[in-house]
Design a protein around this ligand. Structure first.
Ligand code: C2E
Ligand code: CA
Ligand code: CA
Length: 786
C-alpha cells in the first residue's frame, strides 16, 4: 500500500511540477510580450517626437543654415521645451541630436557630442553612421528605427531621419538627396527595461536581448511586423518583437523551492492517503471481519460446549463457515462424548446424567429403569470373532431401541436420545414409563423372546441369554441407588437357572445393597490398613496321611466380628474392585508364612492359595506372583492356585493363556468347588488343570443319598483321566474320610482333620500331630464299604 501511494505521490508530484512550470513560463512570457507591446507604443512615441521636431519651424530653419547659432539656439530651446512636456517625460531619458550633412553635431539635447568617434561605442553610433553614409552616397533613404541594448544594459530605440532643408520630408526626391541634415531621437524602452530589472531579482531566470538582422526597412514595414510571436527552443523561449528577439530562459533551479514545497505537499498527501486507506481498511476489517468474529467468540464464550446456544449461520462468508464448522465439530465431539460409537446409543455417562436429571425434575411412579445384560457375551466374541460380536451388539441395540420407543409412544411419552444406553460393553439400560409393575414385567417377558431370536448368524438365531432387571425409579431416595440397584438385580438375574432371569428390584435387594455397602466400607478401611488375617487348613494325603498342602483362608476381623466371612466379603470385594489388593496381601503373607514354616517347623508340603477369577484377566498377575515367590524364596512348584470352577468355565482365550503361562512357570492350578459349575468332560479336557477339588456339597451328602456315590465316582475318575489329582473337600466325619479314600481321592480336607488354624496353631499342629494324630484317627475307622 505504501509503495502504491509512493508511486501515485511521485506521479502527482511531476504532474503538479509540470503544471507549475507551465504557469510560470506563461507568466513570464506574458510579461515579455506585454513589455514588447508597451515598447511598440514607446517606439511610436519616440517616432512621433521625431516627426514633431522634424516638422517644427525651428528645425527647418536650423537645417537651412546649420551654422547659424541663433537658429540652433532656437531649435535647442524648442527641443528642451518639447522634452519637458509630460507626454515626453513619460518616455524617459530621451536624447535628440541633429547632424548636418558633414556629420557634424549641430544641435543636441545633451551637453556632450556622442558622435565624436568612439565616444559612443554603442551600436547606435554605427547605425547613425551607416545612415549618414547612405545619405552621403545619394542612396535612397527616408527614415529608420533601431532597437538596441546600450552598454549600460538599457534597451533603447533610436529614430533616425534625413531631412532636406528645401524639400518636404514626404517628397520622393528628398530620399536620394545628399545634402541633408539628420535628426536622431534616442529613447529608452522603459517597460522592457523594467522587465530586465525585475528579472535581475530572479537568479535562475535569464532574459537576453538579441538584435534581429537589421536591414533598414521602410517605415511601413517596421510597423507591420508582428510582435506576438514566440518560439520555444528547448527550454529557452524566444519572443520576437520588431527586429528584436528576447530569449527567456527559466533554469530548473528556479523551481527548487516549489519542488521542496511540492515534495512536502506530496509527502503529506501520501501519508494522508495511506492513513486514510488504513483507516478505511481498519473500518472494513472491523465491520466485516472483527465484528462477526467477536460475535462468534461471544457466542462461543456464552454457549461454551452447549450446542443448543448455537444457530447455524446462513451466509457464505468465512465467519459463517467458521461458525458452522465449529457447530459441526462441536456436534461431533458432543456425539463422541455422549454416545457410543458402535451402537449410537447414549453412553454410560450421559445416561447417568439423563436419569439423574429426570429423577430430580420429572419422575413418577410409572418410571422404571430396565436393563439387559448379555450373559457370557465373551463367548460370542471368542467363538465367532469380534466382527460378529459387534454386529450382535448393534442388533440388540436396535431391538432395545425399537422396544422402548414403541412402548413410549404407546404410553404417550417421548423417546429421548438419552433414554436408551449402552451402559457397559454388553449391558443395555433404558428409562421407560409403564402403568404398573405387572405391566412392565409383562412387557419385559414378551420382549425377551424377540431379543433372544434377534441376533442371527447365517439365518440361525444365536439364542443369547439375557439377565434382565427392572428398577422402579420412583422413591429411589439416594443418588445413584438406581445404578447399584440395577447392578444387584442383574447380578442376581445372572444366577437364576432354569427360570426367566428377570429380577425386580425390591426391599430384599435394597437390604442386600445396604449390607454390601457396609461390607465395602469396612473392607476399604481394612485394605488401607492391611487389617486381614490368615488361617491355614491342611490337605491330607489319603495314602500317606501326611500333610500334603495347606490352604490359606483369609479373615477380616472387623467383618468376622459381625459374622461376615470370606464367602460373603470376597464376592463383594470382587464387585467393588478391591479383590486385587486382598489377593496381593494374601499372596504376600501366605508365601512369607510358608517360608517361615519351612524354616521353623521343617514344613515340607505345598501351599494352596485361592485366587479370584478376576486375576485371570489381570496381565500383571503372573509378574506379581513370581515377584512375591522370589521375595520370600519360595519355589513355584510349592504353590497351588485355586480357581473356582465357575470362573474357570467362563474363561476366555486370554484367561486360558494366563493359566497355561502359570503352569509353564511351575505353578499348579486347582479347580475349586468342582461339580457346581456343570463343566462337561469335553470342556474340562480343553482346560489345563492339575487338581480337582470336589465341592463339599457332594461330600456333605455322603451316606444320605445313594446317587452321590456314583456322582463322586465319576468325578474322581474324570479327574484321574485328565491326569489331575482329586481332593475331597469338607470332610467332617471319619465315614466321609474313609468313603472318599476308598473311592480313590488323592487328598482330603475338612474339619474332621482340622479347622482352619492360625499360624501358631498350625505350627503346633504340624509338629505334634504330624503323622501320629491323623493315623490314629484313621485307624479308629471301620470299613464301611461292603
Ligand atoms: P473355598 O475355597 O471352597 O474354601 C473352603 C471353605 O470351606 C473355607 O471356608 C473352609 O473353612 C470351609 N471348609 C473346609 N472344610 C470344611 C468342613 O469340613 N466343613 C465346613 N462346614 N466347612 C469347611 P471359608 O474360609 O469361609 O472360605 C470361604 C470361601 O472364601 C472359600 O471357599 C474361598 O472361595 C473364599 N476365600 C477364602 N479365602 C480366600 C482368599 O484368600 N482369597 C480368595 N480369593 N478367596 C478366598
Ligand atoms: Ca479353596
Ligand atoms: Ca471349595
Amino acid at each position: 500500500m505504501t509503495l502504491v501511494a509512493s508511486i501515485a505521490g511521485t506521479g502527482l508530484f511531476f504532474v503538479q511540477l509540470d503544471e507549475h512550470k507551465a504557469v510560470e513560463q506563461e507568466k513570464w512570457v506574458t510579461k515579455v510580450e506585454n513589455a514588447l507591446n508597451a515598447g511598440k507604443f514607446e517606439r511610436n512615441g519616440i517616432e512621433a517626437l521625431g516627426h514633431e521636431i522634424a516638422g517644427s519651424a525651428q528645425f527647418i530653419n536650423h537645417i537651412q543654415d546649420t551654422g547659424d547659432f541663433a537658429r540652433r539656439s532656437f531649435l535647442e530651446s524648442h527641443i528642451n521645451y518639447v522634452l519637458k512636456q509630460d507626454r515626453v517625460t513619460q518616455l524617459g531619458n530621451v536624447d535628440i541630436y541633429s547632424l548636418d550633412s558633414m556629420f557634424t553635431l549641430t544641435a543636441t539635447s545633451m551637453k556632450t557630442d556622442p558622435f565624436v568617434a568612439s565616444a559612443l561605442s554603442d551600436d547606435i553610433y554605427q547605425t547613425v553612421f551607416d545612415a549618414y553614409i547612405l545619405v552621403s552616397l545619394g542612396e535612397e533613404f527616408c527614415t529608420t528605427g533601431y532597437t538596441y541594448q546600450a552598454l549600460t544594459g538599457e534597451i533603447r530605440y533610436s529614430f533616425i531621419g534625413a531631412y532636406d532643408p528645401n524639400l518636404l520630408p514626404d517628397d520622393k526626391q528628398a530620399m536620394t538627396r545628399k545634402e541633408r541634415s539628420m535628426l536622431v531621437i534616442d529613447g529608452p524602452l522603459t517597460e522592457l527595461n523594467h522587465l530586465f530589472t525585475e528579472i535581475a531579482d530572479y537568479p535562475y531566470i535569464t532574459l537576453e536581448f538579441h538584435q534581429q538582422p537589421s536591414e533598414i526597412q521602410p517605415k511601413s514595414e517596421v510597423y507591420s511586423k508582428e510582435i506576438n510571436n514566440e518560439f520555444i527552443d528547448g527550454k529557452v523561449i524566444k519572443v520576437f518583437g520588431p527586429s528584436i528577439e528576447l530569449e527567456l530562459d527559466i533554469l530548473d533551479d528556479h523551481y527548487a523551492a516549489i519542488k521542496t514545497l511540492l515534495a512536502i505537499k506530496m509527502l503529506i498527501y501520501m501519508v494522508g492517503v495511506v492513513l486514510s486507506l488504513l483507516l478505511i481498511i481498519h473500518l472494513i476489517v472491523r465491520s466485516e471481519v472483527l465484528k462477526p468474529i467477536n460475535g462468534l467468540l461471544r457466542d462461543i464464550k456464552k454457549g461454551g460446549l452447549e450446542l443448543r446456544y448455537f444457530k447455524r449461520a446462513k451466509g457464505n462468508d468465512e465467519v459463517s463457515t467458521l461458525k458452522n464448522a465449529y457447530i459441526d465439530s462441536l456436534s461431533k465431539v458432543k456425539f463422541e462424548a455422549e454416545f457410543d460409537s458402535l451402537t449410537k446409543l447414549a453412553n454410560r455417562a450421559s445416561f447417568i446424567r439423563f436419569v439423574e436429571q429426570r429423577s430430580e425434575s420429572y419422575c413418577n411412579e410409572h418410571s422404571y429403569i430396565v436393563a439387559w445384560d448379555v450373559i457370557d457375551f465373551r463367548r460370542v466374541n471368542d467363538l465367532h470373532g469380534q466382527k460378529i460380536g459387534d454386529k450382535a451388539l448393534v442388533t440388540i441395540a436396535r431391538e432395545v431401541e425399537r422396544f422402548i420407543c414403541m412402548n413410549q409412544s404407546e404410553s404417550g411419552c417421548g423417546c429421548s436420545d438419552y433414554s436408551i444406553s449402552r451402559y457397559s460393553s454388553n449391558a443395555f439400560y433404558a428409562l421407560i414409563n409403564a402403568e404398573s409393575e405387572l405391566k412392565i414385567r409383562a412387557l419385559m417377558a414378551n420382549f425377551e423372546t424377540t431379543l433372544k431370536n434377534a441376533v442371527r448368524i447365517d439365518g440361525m438365531p444365536l439364542s443369547l441369554d439375557f439377565a434382565q432387571s427392572i428398577f422402579p425409579l420412583y422413591g429411589a431416595t439416594h443418588k445413584g441407588l438406581w445404578q447399584r440397584g440395577t447392578e444387584a438385580a442383574l447380578n442376581e438375574a445372572k444366577q437364576i437357572k432354569n427360570q426367566r432371569p428377570l429380577v425386580y428390584f425390591d426391599a430384599r435387594l435394597m437390604e442386600e445393597i445396604n449390607r454390601r455397602e457396609e461390607i465395602e466400607k469396612i473392607l476399604l478401611t481394612c485394605c488401607r490398613s492391611g487389617e486381614f488375617e490368615l488361617r491355614y487348613m491342611p490337605l491330607i494325603d489319603a495314602k500317606t496321611y501326611k500333610i500334603a498342602s495347606i490352604e490359606v483362608l483369609v479373615r477380616c476381623p472387623p467383618l468376622q466380628a459381625i459374622g461376615i466371612g470370606p464367602e460373603e466379603f470376597i464376592p463383594t470385594a470382587e464387585r467393588a474392585n478391591m479383590i486385587g489388593d486382598i489377593d496381593k496381601w494374601v499372596m504376600d503373607s501366605a508365601l512369607k508364612a510358608l517360608y517361615s514354616l519351612q524354616e521353623k517347623v521343617g514344613y515340607e508340603g505345598d501351599i494352596s492359595i485361592n485366587i479370584s477369577a478376576l486375576e485371570l484377566y489381570n496381565n500383571e498377575f503372573i509378574e506379581l506372583l513370581c515377584g512375591t515367590c522370589h521375595k520370600h524364596g519360595v519355589s513355584h512348584d510349592k504353590v497351588i492356585l485355586e480357581v473356582t470352577e465357575t470362573s474357570y468355565v467362563k474363561s476366555t482365550r486370554d484367561t486360558v493363556a494366563i493359566i497355561s503361562g502359570l503352569r509353564d512357570l511351575g505353578f499348579r492350578i486347582s479347580l475349586d468347588d468342582f461339580g457346581t459349575g456343570f463343566t462337561s468332560i469335553k470342556q474340562l479336557l480343553s482346560y489345563p488343570v492339575d487338581e480337582l477339588k470336589v465341592d463339599k456339597s457332594f461330600v456333605e451328602r455322603v451316606g444320605t443319598d445313594g446317587s452321590e456315590e456314583k456322582m463322586l465316582n465319576s468325578i474322581i475318575s474324570l479327574g484321574h483321566n485328565c491326569d489331575a489329582k482329586v481332593v475331597g473337600e469338607g470332610v467332617e466325619t471319619g465315614y466321609q474320610c474313609r468313603y472318599l479314600t476308598e473311592l480313590g481321592c488323592d487328598y482330603l480336607q475338612g474339619y474332621w482333620f482340622s479347622k482352619p488354624l492360625t499360624y501358631q496353631e498350625f505350627s503346633e499342629f504340624y509338629t505334634k500331630e504330624r503323622l501320629v494324630g491323623i493315623k490314629s484317627k484313621i485307624s479308629e475307622l471301620t470299613i464301611i464299604k461292603t
